[in-house]
Every structure is written in structure tokens, then in C-alpha cells.
Design a protein around this ligand. Structure first.
Ligand SMILES: [Zn+2]
Length: 280
């Protein structure tokens, strides 16, 4: 299950509250070879030694990337893009068997991080942050974040008008005009906005643009309100309560709006579930 903007924000806020001011005592990694080989973790793990003795200054998120800033010039970047589990433990007793990174703090508390699919765990010096693909992508102030004040309908609408690509490329991934959404949120949003995934951004009329903007705001705010998606677990292991209106959970079901069987479309390097009647 992908960790998108709402879930990353929930985790970062909980981490900031729980971990800020704590000092890294030691770390260990487990089963990381594959991750390192495909660039999801530093090639040389000895850089994690430089986290030791650092005190956490703050933890923040933008898009779906979590940034842990230490006071010794080091950073931990966690981007569980396609799924991950980040858990806080009061002591060793609740530490799970499976994790990729475990951090022990000087007060005896523990943080574990596990990527369940594609994602990133990187230790980086301050001057190396720009070398992180996910950090650069999501902390780029030029890109709108749906929870920032700058994400106004006027700005969003202008970006859409200037973009002649299909909606998925405009809302998801490297060239997207906003940060934090993946294919999961995309299916949910365009269903609620009643738009077909193959529509081009620049061809939307004013009402459709408004519908898309409202659907993004609604989805993000609902997921924040309900502690994330229903397959998400927060820092304390509490499950989220938001069920997407459209997505793999609607496979072989009928559209709740019109009763048409839901279809699955191969699109943009993935699958998109949609209602062929409602989404035009
Ligand atoms: Zn329908």
C-alpha cells in the first residue's frame, strides 16, 4: 500500500512529536542487500554511523517524503513510496522481526523502518540532500503541495491550462505539477471528479478543473482526518480509516453512483480502475 502525502504527513507529525530532541545511540540494518543493489538505500551503509550521537532537530514531510534532520549535519530521508512500516517502540519488547533499519535512541526507545515495496531509506549529509531523487522531487518549492496555502484554485488551474499531457502524468510522478500523489490517490480523485484518465489537462473546462481541484482537497483532507487509508498503520500501529472511492478495492464491483460495472484500464505504466459511465 502506497504511502502518499496524507500518510507521510501523519507519520512525520507523530515522529516530530515523539522523537524530536532524542539522540541517536546506535543503528542496525537487516536484509538490505537487495535495497542497496537497486538504489533504495545507500550503497555504503557506513554513512549511517555518522547519524550516531546526532540529536533530532525536527522531522517534517513534503509530498510523500519524510525528512529527519539531526543537529550534527546529518539527515535521514525516508520515502516509503509504494509501501512501508514505520513504528515507534517504547522499548525493545515490541520490535518486530522484520525491518530494514532500526534506530536505538539514548533513552531506550526504538524506531523501526521497513519498506514493503519500492521506496527509499537514505542517510545523507546536509550538502548531499540535493543528490536524493525523492528529496529533490518533493521538497522542490516550485511544485505545489495540496496542503500548502499556495495551492489555490487559480494557480492549479493555470498549471493545468499550460499542460497538454494526460491527467496521470500531470498529477503523479516526476513531471507532475503537484507533489505527494501516487496511482492510488489518482484513481480515487479522478473518479470523484468524474474525469476519464485519458483526458488532457489543458482541455478541461473551468467546471472540470474546479471538480478536480475540489476532489484533490477533499481526498487529502479526508485521509488526514481519518488517520490515513484503511491499509495504513501509523507510528503507533493504529490503522487508518479511509476507504478509497475507486481503486483495486472496487474490482468486479458496480459503480455506487450509476451501477455500471467497474473497468480496469492499463494506463501510464500501471492500472486504473474506473467507471466508464461516470468518468468522461
Ligand atoms: Zn458510474
Amino acid at each position: 500500500m502506497s504511502i502518499e502525502l496524507p500518510e507521510a504527513k501523519i507519520l512525520a507529525e507523530q515522529m516530530n512529536k515523539e522523537l524530536r530532541g532524542k539522540r541517536f545511540k546506535s543503528w542496525c540494518s537487516k536484509d538490505c542487500e537487495r535495497l542497496q543493489r537497486i538504489g533504495m538505500m545507500n550503497k555504503d551503509l557506513s554513512i549511517f554511523n555518522q547519524l550516531v550521537d546526532g540529536k533530532i532537530e525536527f522531522i517534517r514531510s513534503r509530498g510523500n517524503v519524510i525528512h529527519v534532520k539531526l543537529d550534527n549535519g546529518m539527515n535521514l530521508i525516508i520515502g516509503p513510496e509504494y509501501g512501508g512500516e514505520i513504528f515507534f517502540h517504547k522499548d525493545e519488547k515490541t520490535v518486530p522481526n522484520k525491518f530494514h533499519l532500526k534506530v536505538d535512541f539514548s533513552d531506550g526507545t526504538v524506531l523501526t523502518v521497513r519498506l514493503t515495496s519500492m521506496g527509499v531509506i537514505e542517510a545523507l549529509k546536509d550538502n548531499e540532500l540535493a543528490s536524493s531523487y525523492v528529496f529533490k522531487r518533493d521538497f522542490d518549492a516550485e511544485k505545489l503541495s495540496p496542503i500548502d496555502e499556495e495551492f489555490t484554485f487559480e494557480r492549479f488551474s493555470k498549471h493545468l491550462a499550460e499542460n497538454n499531457k494526460m491527467l496521470k502524468a500531470v498529477l503523479v510522478g516526476k513531471a507532475a505539477i503537484i507533489v505527494g500523489l501516487s496511482n492510488s490517490a489518482f484513481q480515487d480523485i479522478i473518479y470523484q471528479a468524474k474525469l476519464h484518465p485519458k483526458r488532457k489537462a489543458s482541455e478541461l473546462n473551468a467546471e472540470e478543473k474546479r471538480g478536480l481541484y475540489d476532489a484533490i482537497k477533499f481526498m487529502v483532507n479526508e485521509r488526514l482526518r481519518l488517520n490515513g487509508k484503511d491499509q495504513f498503520f501509523d507510528l503507533y500501529g493504529n490503522q487508518g480509516g479511509y476507504t478509497p472511492a475507486m481503486g483495486p478495492n472496487m474490482k468486479q464491483q458496480a459503480c455506487p453512483e450509476c451501477g455500471t460495472p467497474i473497468e480496469k484500464l492499463s494506463h501510464g505504466g500501471g492500472h486504473v480502475y474506473l467507471c466508464p459511465t461516470c468518468q468522461l
